[in-house]
Design a binder for this molecule. Structure first.
Ligand SMILES: *[C@@H]1O[C@H](CO)[C@@H](O)[C@H](O)[C@H]1NC(C)=O
Ligand SMILES: *[C@@H]1O[C@H](CO)[C@@H](O)[C@H](O)[C@H]1NC(C)=O
Length: 354
């Protein structure tokens, strides 16, 4: 195709008689134009091919085989670099002298046996990861054998919370242990929370349906809020999450349950803690193996088979959920979760904001 273009362009230069000088000139012109075209083409191809977002990353790297652990190391490294530069902009990266909030210390669990710190992020298979760490400790031979009520009992499950330790012990672990976190697209995470806690609420967790839904509806639903028994709708949930002025009072009332929608920055203080590996829920089938191997427990436990792409970001679903939410509220919501998007490499959801 290029040669075709060149000949066409060359002909533009070939008017008039053809003396020796003109012949030479024409030749130079052709070479010059050829180079120019080639350059332009290369720039265009590069723009289309190079992956720029977390989505591109997960699509470009569909699961393969053996060489995958090493290949995936490159992806994880790129994520870490992006994360570090995001933290540098905030000017407090890697400074573990800063005091972490009680919320963060409560959220990080410790495996002293294997020198691992894991920050729990609800709605990104955190319970399963805790089960794996319990099995790795040798207390149970498989995930199935662990009684459900033990998984979250940090006084008994062998995975104390960082908050249960003394300041010097905390510092020592932060500075020497392997630290990891699993994140997912912030808006998709909120949809998952909404479905789990409010839409398909489990009878064992009645407070979401009653206390919390009730308080949010009371605040944001106009008219006669409790005229019918319509439960909390997504649009009201979003209003609460993005309401800078009213939210803190409500959060205080909701207590520890807010961990299901608090930002990753609030829950895990990523820049202060400086996690060694950031796993993405969307590519769990690749990340899980990588994390277990980096944590040094790959020979003790393995993540169960995850069908490739099953966790992938579902834009249709996100669009559907947000279709009933006003632009103003979506923008407020984005403002709150913006840092989570940027630090972990999730593309800004422009299709919702504009
Ligand atoms: C992965 O391994 C399977 C069987 O071991 C093989 O059939 C398949 O072609 C491999 N795929 C890639 C992408 O290497
Ligand atoms: C995405 O979500 C929509 C709506 O919830 C659903 O119908 C569809 O099956 C999902 N797509 C994938 C690939 O999971």
């Amino acid at each position: 195709m290029t040669t075709y273009l060149l000949q066409a362009l060359g002909c533009l230069a070939c008017t008039g008689g053809l003396g020796i000088n003109e012949e030479a000139m024409r030749f130079h012109w052709r070479v010059f134009l050829a180079c120019a075209w080639l350059l332009l083409l290369l720039v265009l191809i590069d723009r289309h091919v190079s992956p720029r977002s977390a989505n591109a990353e997960s699509e470009a790297k569909t699961p393969g085989n053996q060489s995958s652990v090493a290949d995936w190391g490159v992806v994880v490294k790129r994520r870490s670099e992006m994360f570090s530069s995001g933290c540098k902009n905030k000017e407090h990266q890697g400074d573990t002298q800063v005091s972490l909030s009680k919320l963060v210390l409560d959220n990080i669990v410790v495996s002293d046996q294997h020198h691992i710190l894991f920050c729990e992020t609800p709605e990104a298979s955190d319970t399963y990861w805790k089960k794996l760490l319990i099995v790795a400790s040798g207390a149970f031979s498989s995930v199935k054998d662990i009684p459900e009520n033990l998984v979250h009992d940090h006084k008994k499950n062998g995975l104390p919370r960082l908050s249960s330790l003394a300041p010097l012990e905390i510092m020592h672990r932060l500075n020497t242990y392997f630290k990891f976190i699993i994140v997912r697209d912030p808006f998709e995470r909120l949809i998952s929370t909404f479905e789990d806690k409010f839409l398909f609420n489990k009878p064992s967790e009645p407070w979401y349906k009653h206390t919390i839904s009730h308080a949010i509806i009371h605040k944001y639903r106009t008219g006669f809020p409790f005229l019918d028994d319509t439960g909390l709708v997504f649009d009201e949930f979003v209003r609460y999450l993005g309401d800078v002025e009213q939210r803190s009072h409500m959060d205080w009332q909701f207590g520890e349950h807010i961990i299901h929608w608090a930002t990753y920055v609030e829950l895990c203080a990523p820049c202060d803690v400086g996690y060694d590996v950031i796993g993405h829920h969307e590519t769990l089938e690749r990340d899980a193996t990588h994390i277990l191997s980096r944590a040094g427990i790959g020979h003790l436990v393995s993540y169960p088979f995850v069908p490739a792409g099953i966790m992938r970001y579902n834009k249709t679903k996100v669009e559907r959920y947000f279709s009933g939410v006003s632009k103003r509220d979506i923008r407020r919501l984005y403002e709150r979760y913006q840092e989570d998007f940027h630090l972990f490499g999730y593309p800004t959801p422009d299709f919702l904001l504009n």
